[in-house]
Design a protein around this ligand. Structure first.
Ligand code: 87F
Length: 511
């Protein structure tokens, strides 16, 4: 093992590296506290838990196996679900020719500064510079146009798992805002708007499930305002999460109905059943590695990462606790037996048999990495045919007889998954404030709340709210209008304009 890894739980610890050398228990972990120094805490957690390593290009990060395994857990779920929906995977090139990119120039205008270009090969300039995909509409749709001829070619439902590059200039944050990130992008084309509308919501439901069932993070499903929607589309739906420590909302994933805008630009039309030319209806949808950042921010604590069991590549870590004069072999054998038993039962288990680290060091290490359950086995446990189980989320310790271990581990992991969600939801809900007036709105914003307010749904009013709340912390904007709308009694007025309100909308500062 590389000497760097040995430093994990305690960046100040001596990491000498000689085998056999038993490390002192330092009890040290993170040097920043989540509630005192959130930004620094986050930067420290993502590195110390071995999710990422910083890279020498700003805004780019190395995703280490620990983060990729989380990405894979979500991938496996989502990929299987979209296959049930008859969506097929494909792969289009990373590069975009400038001509095609320009074809959607209306909506790309705002995004243009973020597009990265390849201008040289070796030392010679390319005759025509080549763009790197920031998203793949312009890459894919010329071929959709070619492949879609008649109504029998529809629906065309493709997805790709890939990287994209957006040369952001605002402050980069690992997972949350990076210049290259991983995502899946789905691009589908239908004969009718009804089919497209249905799919938008089916995909959004999968995104809700990724957040709520896998990452244990409550989200709000809703529709984006005209100002905040994807400009190239007809309407945008999203799942919105909330980071209590910063009081910011964060868009978790988006599912767009593109309408026929791109069909016009890229001439995606087909002969319908009546023999007439018709234009396709399209959707596009994506979630990215940002999901992992939201998970770290919501569940992490002062000991490091906290992984929901559903996405943990190691759900249970087994650690031998040998004492002087104790029968070490019996302890190690009990660890292996335990790990094998749990592994056979379908849990993701590992043993930490390294002999150059003390049990205490190992406890801190696996706590830092967020493993949901730790099993400690010492001489007393061997004698009693039991193990000691410690929960990462609440530090509860339980002695469990080997005879009921499998069932109990199953129950405890389920309970951890549920508790994480419940705790996150309770905290999120405490930060939601319903307001009716501008003064209440400003007060709630200063208290870092996510605000639910009746709104007239006018773009000028939204722009005005942005302008009036501009400041060091960033302006407030609409997050979404929840599908689940509270009752809006007749006569309710917009909190910002005083005009009749049309809907309830979530507002807040956001990432
Ligand atoms: C940055 C540079 C160039 C976002 C960009 O949300 C273009 C864009 O089109 C751009 N940043 N977007 C919008 C992406 C829309 C849409 N694409 C497919 C999605 C889901 C997946």
């Amino acid at each position: 093992m590389a000497s760097k890894d040995k430093k994990t739980p305690n960046t100040n610890a001596k990491s000498g590296g000689k085998k056999k050398e038993v490390k002192k228990e330092t009890g040290l972990g993170l040097s920043n506290k989540k509630d005192e120094n959130f930004g620094e805490w986050y930067s420290e957690v993502v590195v110390s838990s071995e999710l990422i390593e910083y890279y020498d290009i700003s805004g780019c990060y190395i995703l280490r196996p620990w983060s990729i395994s989380i990405w894979e857990a979500m991938h496996d779920f989502f990929d299987a679900e979209i296959k049930k929906m008859k969506i097929k995977n494909c792969y289009f090139p990373l590069f975009v020719s400038p001509g095609v990119l320009q074809r959607e120039k209306d909506h790309i205008e705002g995004f243009a500064p973020e597009v990265a270009w390849v201008t040289k090969s070796g030392s010679s300039d390319l005759e025509i510079p080549i763009a790197i995909r920031p998203t793949s509409e312009t890459v894919m749709y010329p071929y959709y146009s070619k492949w879609i001829r008649g109504h029998r070619d529809l629906p065309l439902k493709l997805n790709q798992w890939c990287n994209v590059v957006r040369w952001e200039f605002s402050h980069p944050t690992p997972f949350i805002r990076s210049r290259e990130f991983l995502w899946q992008e789905g691009h589908t084309a239908f004969a009718t708007k009804e089919e497209a509308d249905t799919e938008v919501l089916e995909i959004l439901e999968l995104y809700r499930r990724i957040y709520e069932e896998y990452l244990a993070i409550p989200v709000i499903k809703g529709k984006k305002s005209e100002l905040e929607k994807f400009a190239g589309g007809l309407y945008t739906t999203s799942v919105e999460a909330f980071i209590p420590n910063t009081g910011r909302g964060i868009q978790g994933a988006t599912s767009h109905c593109l309408g026929q805008n791109f069909a016009k630009m890229f001439e995606m039309n087909f002969e319908n059943e009546k023999g007439e030319r018709a234009m396709v209806w399209q959707n596009s949808w994506a979630y990215s590695t940002r999901t992992i950042g939201v998970m770290v921010m919501v569940h992490g604590d002062d000991k490091g990462l906290v992984l929901p069991p559903m996405v943990a590549s190691v759900q249970v870590i087994v650690i031998p606790v040998p004492y002087k004069d104790a029968d070490t072999k019996a302890i190690f054998d009990a660890c292996s037996t335990t790990a094998n038993m749990l592994s056979k039962a379908g849990f993701r288990v590992e043993e930490d048999f390294r002999d150059n680290y003390s049990p205490g060091w190992k406890y801190s290490h696996w706590e830092m990495k967020g493993v949901p359950l730790r099993i400690e086995i010492g001489p007393k446990d061997v004698a009693n045919n039991q193990v000691r189980v410690v929960r990462r989320d609440n530090s509860a310790k339980i002695d469990i007889p080997m005879s009921t271990l499998v069932e109990q581990v199953k129950d405890i992991l389920a309970s951890i998954q549920q508790s994480l969600f419940d705790a996150a939801k309770q905290k999120r809900d405490e930060h939601i404030k319903v307001v009716h007036t501008w003064d209440e709105f400003v007060e709630a914003l200063n208290q870092k709340k996510m605000i639910l307010a009746p709104w007239c749904d006018e773009e000028d009013v939204e722009k005005d709210v942005k302008a009036r709340t501009k400041g060091e912390m960033g302006a407030a904007k609409t997050l979404c209008s929840p599908f689940d709308q509270p009752e809006l009694p007749p006569g309710t007025l917009c909190f910002a304009s005083g005009k009749p309100a049309k809907k309830w909308t979530y507002w807040g500062r956001s990432y």
